[in-house]
Design a protein around this ligand. Sequence first.
Ligand SMILES: Cc1cc2nc3c(=O)[nH]c(=O)nc-3n(C[C@H](O)[C@H](O)[C@H](O)COP(=O)(O)OP(=O)(O)OC[C@H]3O[C@@H](n4cnc5c(N)ncnc54)[C@H](O)[C@@H]3O)c2cc1C
Length: 385
Amino acid sequence: MKTDNSEQADVAIIGAGPVGMALAKALAEGPFRVLLVDSRRRRAWESDPRALALSHGSRQILEQVGVWNSDAGTAIHSIHVSQRGGFGRTVIEASDYDLPALGYVMRYRDLAAGLYAGVESIDLIDDCRRIELTIGSRAVEIRLSRGEETRLVAARLVVHAEGSPASEAGVRVFDYRQHAVVAEVRPVPGHANRAWERFTPDGPLALLPLGDDYSVVFSLPPDQAKRLQDLAEDGFLAALRAQFGGRLDFVTSSARASFPLALRIRRQLTAPRQVWVGNAAQSLHPVSGQGFNLGLRDAWELAEALCRGAGDDAGAAPTLAAYARRRDLDRRGGMAFTDGIVRLFSNDLAALRLARGFGLQALDIFPPLRHFIARRMIWGARAWL
Ligand SMILES: Cc1cc2nc3c(=O)[nH]c(=O)nc-3n(C[C@H](O)[C@H](O)[C@H](O)COP(=O)(O)OP(=O)(O)OC[C@H]3O[C@@H](n4cnc5c(N)ncnc54)[C@H](O)[C@@H]3O)c2cc1C
């Protein structure tokens, strides 16, 4: 491998999204020279319309890496879960777990801004239109093209944090044939820090408290999603009322945006001198808000594994193998949980409606079952160990 005139890094993180930046920040205090690379211009996330539900466990990680911004997050004190057109409901309360909140809702752009401020001291190469990797036995040569400029970097380890992968070899894809329509709406009366997860035959509808508003995530078949997205404000609010029922009213809405939804699972988390984290490793349906929380745990545990294991070689194979083993249960749990919910709830079969009703009722009257699920959502697989 040619390394003359090339820059040296221990860890090159490709993808400066929330997971890549969280990893960079977690590594910043350690012995590694870290480089961040992104294909978009810096701060491109400022136009991202989604809000994310962050679990209490994610708050703890963000606090530990020093980028938790409590002003940007709205606490979730309870979550009400129900299905449209069927019986059964349950409520999960933060007070049952001795926590100030089950989680927090934050705009993607506010989360990214906090992380970005935290990685200012780290070299970030943005707007890289072409990134070529040559894998060697002791390092990866990375050729970065940015406009007319080309940079060569030799890195011990490449971390892929580029977000959802395309359909490529090594990635299993299941298209949910749903798009998520997102918007911010003003509820009347106020939300009292309660989130709602309402299952409809078309797909799940989530309302997450955000400031004085709710962030709405409505998953629907693509044609219906398109119609909903194109409706004028009044029409959108009327459609929301029809799906949500009469417990709340909604008076204003922001513009709508939509995201196609698919499960994308990378079969192998590691390859020689490479590792995949966050959405690049697994992209999940947004139901129950697992994706970023899982990706943040990837970042945290990778940082721990690198600091614990590598000596002077961040890309050492035993370190990567140990990391992949550690992430297996949490990853599988997160994928099975969200995928199972989507398949069980996104249909109008009478028998399944009945089974769902009994399931929700069982969660309500049998607290250990409810606690089992709630703890998983708060802490990931750590809750089961
Ligand atoms: C509608 C919706 C609602 C959601 N709600 C929740 C929620 O409530 N809770 C939750 O935990 N999760 C939620 N998620 C999932 C969450 O958004 C993702 O899990 C999270 O954004 C993943 O972060 P990431 O950094 O891995 O990837 P991304 O956020 O996709 O960031 C990837 C970064 O890599 C860059 N990049 C892309 N390609 C390349 C390339 N080839 N080279 C270099 N850089 C590249 C991009 O510019 C970007 O900066 C939701 C998702 C959607 C769609």
